[in-house]
Design a protein around this ligand. Sequence first.
Ligand SMILES: Nc1nc(=O)c2c([nH]1)NC[C@@H]1CN(c3ccc(C(=O)N[C@@H](CCC(=O)O)C(=O)O)cc3)C=[N+]21
Length: 296
Amino acid sequence: MTANIIDGKAFAATVREKVTGHVARLKEENGITPGLAVVLVGEDPASQVYVRSKGKQTVETGMNSYEYKMDADTSEADLLAVVEKLNNDPEVHGILVQLPLPGHLNEDLIINSIDPAKDVDGFHISNVGLLGTGQKSMVPCTPLGCLMMLRDYHGSLSGMNAVVIGRSNIVGKPMAQLLLGDSCTVTIAHSRTKDLPEVVRGADIVVAAVGRPEMVPGDWIREGATVIDVGINRIERDGKNKLVGDVDFESASKVAGAITPVPGGVGPMTIACLLANTVTACCRANGLAEPEGLTA
Ligand SMILES: Nc1nc(=O)c2c([nH]1)NC[C@@H]1CN(c3ccc(C(=O)N[C@@H](CCC(=O)O)C(=O)O)cc3)C=[N+]21
């Protein structure tokens, strides 16, 4: 058996098309242009690449993009002041503070200083609580992108066994909440899980989000299962730099029913969902109907 490839890059293009349509309508009918502010502290090269890509796509979909680049030694007070300014700016509907932050900055404190209505990452405790209780919230971009792909591929996820490997606040935990919301039977596995291979073999849906290159081999995957690979790991192989996931694609794609590749899977969907969340935040801020096809 050879797995179907779930093409995240192509799917992301369709999400961006929807975003572009909603943005055009907001401009035409309401005279509003959604705006996304991205704050980057420090000079991590990978982060700079993502931030540039986010800014470019924001503009391409017709939205306003605001970038704040701050020195690596920026004080907490200075960063809080920037967030406060963006919270109070009516032209800014979405705020993203790129993570990880330099060690001297308290990430929880900074994230929780963002207006929850503008928290397009969905990391604010208020949004986490809303998601956990099934109320309307801002949903974290990566899990939202994974959910969109799973729903598109399967239709209904009801009753399926889903195993999420990884318990991060950014992916694992919100992913599990979303799958539970779609009536999956959800297991959150992690580094201390007993007999992880056996647990994963019970899954109809596997979401790998641990950050360890190729740690999930094909013989952990049940025949025909759907595999969502959230990992983005830079490794060196045969003297070349390579991007690989948390799943061993080579062996897993021989047993899975469907699998997302790396690159070109979850990554592009994450950025597309950030744009989608910005439109959603803009509509809510203006008391307008939820944009169709862009929310969980
Ligand atoms: N507050 C915050 N929110 C984030 O959403 C956030 C963050 N901080 N910090 C960094 C991570 C990382 N991230 C990625 C987004 C897209 C790709 C992506 O599109 N990757 C391409 C490959 C790009 C490449 O070649 O490097 C792909 O998978 O096909 C990757 C990584 C968002 N993050």
